[in-house]
Design a protein around this ligand. Structure first.
Ligand SMILES: Cc1cc2nc3c(=O)[nH]c(=O)nc-3n(C[C@H](O)[C@H](O)[C@H](O)COP(=O)(O)OP(=O)(O)OC[C@H]3O[C@@H](n4cnc5c(N)ncnc54)[C@H](O)[C@@H]3O)c2cc1C
Length: 352
């Protein structure tokens, strides 16, 4: 085994230990009323706010820093694997998008934009709802063809506009129902003197937690069956005026449009990885519930005595199989995640 391979294996082992075998910072939170199953009598607005409050409580329990998000430290991995994420998928969705896609996209510009430090801190603590708007109604996996425009104005600011219904930003939660001021990174096409200069991230206020900002309209989607409701929506911009500081990046035309697009959305890879890893706490929760039930539920056996249904091979085999699967996935996530993140980092460096 080469020294490099040895080193990689021991780094994987160390990360595995830190993610899976250290105490979980949410043990106290687990017992709090906030994390108990929600009453069925709550209104849609109350259910939505509950999920945002849970996201905030998770954020406070982990207390991650900008460094944790940028360097994707073990604490950052651990947050995404916390068992509490399984009891409210909406909460981890909000946190993961806020950290990976909002903070992760804004962070590289913080050195040259001192005003971003405060917004980043508020996003980390979930004092604001921090969103990332790339997908459009007509452009999902072909987001490179997105249509939203940000046109440079003579005063140095920008006119942000949704030119067609297909260009509505699709999915990011964005209604005052959440009760938090909402700010989004909006990926739009930069237009300078009629020339398309490729996509850029723009920092755009959406609402103050009570009212939508001028020129911004959102249409909430109906709740999705089986998911905790958050206010997923379509968002439209009607000639919204942005200050010059809203642009994260330069006005220059990039040398390579594709590379510019990929570097603009560079945190998508990490976001996808960590959200997919969320299946591990879900499997564990399902296994726990199935096991508890199978030990508690008794039937009368051939000998006339009560026995738990766990004794049946058809009951315990799938449960054992799922336990094994979760263990393998725990290790695979660490290995595949490190490989993927190494690839993302190296290609990002090459592009710059
Ligand atoms: C719960 C949820 C939250 C979301 N949150 C956000 C968010 O915060 N911000 C944001 O910007 N977006 C968000 N999205 C949007 C999400 O990123 C898009 O759904 C995703 O990019 C896929 O786009 P689409 O659904 O339009 O699929 P489409 O582009 O319509 O693709 C559908 C299917 O067609 C096939 N396909 C399409 N193109 C190709 C190709 N080139 N090669 C091979 N097969 C192909 C694939 O099977 C693909 O799965 C969210 C979506 C969901 C469901």
């Amino acid at each position: 085994m080469s020294a490099t391979l040895d080193q990689q294996v021991s780094e994987c082992r160390a990360l595995y230990e830190q993610v899976w075998n250290t105490p979980w910072p949410t043990l106290e939170l687990t017992r709090s009323p906030l994390m108990q199953p929600a009453s069925l009598s709550l209104t849609l607005e109350e259910r939505t706010r509950l999920t945002y409050q849970r996201a905030r409580a998770l954020a406070h329990a982990y207390n991650l820093t900008l460094k944790d998000v940028v360097e994707m430290t073990p604490a950052f991995w651990k947050l995404h694997m916390d068992l509490l994420t399984a009891m409210d998928g909406g909460a981890i969705n909000l946190l993961s998008v806020g950290y990976n896609l909002f903070v992760g996209t804004v962070a590289p510009f913080a050195a040259t934009h001192p005003e971003l430090a405060d917004i980043i801190q508020r996003a980390l603590r979930v004092d604001i709802s921090a969103q990332f708007m790339l997908t459009e109604l007509g452009h999902g996996l072909d987001a490179r063809n997105l249509e939203t425009t940000a046109t440079l104005l003579p005063n140095g600011g920008f006119d942000l506009h949704t030119p067609t219904p297909n260009a509505a930003k699709c999915m990011p939660p964005n209604t005052p129902r959440n009760g938090l001021p909402t700010i989004a990174v909006v990926i739009a096409r930069l237009i300078v003197e009629g020339e398309d200069r490729g996509v850029r991230p723009f920092l755009v206020p959406m609402s103050d937690g009570t009212n939508m900002c001028k020129g911004v309209t959102s249409k909430a989607f109906p709740p999705r069956p089986g998911a905790n409701p958050i206010d997923h929506a379509l968002t439209y911009f009607n000639h919204v005026h942005l200050p010059a500081s809203a642009l994260l990046g330069t006005l220059e035309k990039p040398r390579n449009e594709r590379d510019n697009f990929l570097s603009t959305i560079h945190r998508m890879g990490a976001g996808t990885l960590f959200l997919a890893g969320g299946c591990i706490p879900l499997i564990k929760m399902a296994v726990y519930n199935a096991s508890k039930f199978s030990f508690r539920r008794h039937i009368v056996g051939h000998d006339g005595l009560p026995m738990p249904v766990m004794n049946f091979r058809t009951q315990h085999l799938p449960i054992l199989h799922a336990i094994a699967r979760a263990q393998v996935l725990q290790a695979f996530l660490i290995y595949a995640g490190r490989e993927r993140l190494r690839f993302i980092t190296s290609t990002r460096v090459l592009r710059r």
